[in-house]
Design a protein around this ligand. Sequence first.
Ligand SMILES: [Zn+2]
Ligand SMILES: [Zn+2]
Length: 148
Amino acid sequence: MKKNFVISKQGDIEGFSSFKCSLCGEDFKLKAAEVQEDDVIELFCPICGIPSPIPTYYTADIIEHAETLVMNEAMDMLNDMFKGFERTTRKYKNITFKRGKPLPNIPPRALFENDDLEQIEFLCCNRKAKLSLLSKTIKPFCPYCGVN
Ligand SMILES: [Zn+2]
Ligand SMILES: [Zn+2]
C-alpha cells in the first residue's frame, strides 16, 4: 500500500518557507510556490553555490513532521487490524481476543518559521530569497540559476 503525504507548511507572512543546505548547513528561505514550479528541479545553495535536488534542502522539522505522519498512519492501520481481528474472533467460542489500549498517535511536531533573515532579490531570475545576515558579507549565488 502506497500513500502519499502532503505536507503543508505555512510560510511566513510573505510566503517564504525555510530550506537548509545539507552541504554547508546554511538556512535560507524561498517562496514555496516558486520552488514548486515544474522547471525547478534543483536549487543552488546561495552560500556554497553547489546545486542539489530540492528534497535535500528540506529542513529537519519537515522531515520529522513527515516521519510522524507515516508513523501515525502505521499505528492507525494496526489499530484497524486489531479491531477487525477482535470482531472476527468473537464468532469463535474457543478464541478470545481482546485488544488492549489503542496504539497512541503522536501529535506531529509543530512547524514554525523563525524570521531572522534578510530579504534579497535576485535580478537574474526576478525572484526573492531570504538569507542570513552572514550571506551579506559574501556575494550569494542565485538559488535558481546559480549566478554569483
Ligand atoms: Zn551550501
Ligand atoms: Zn538567477
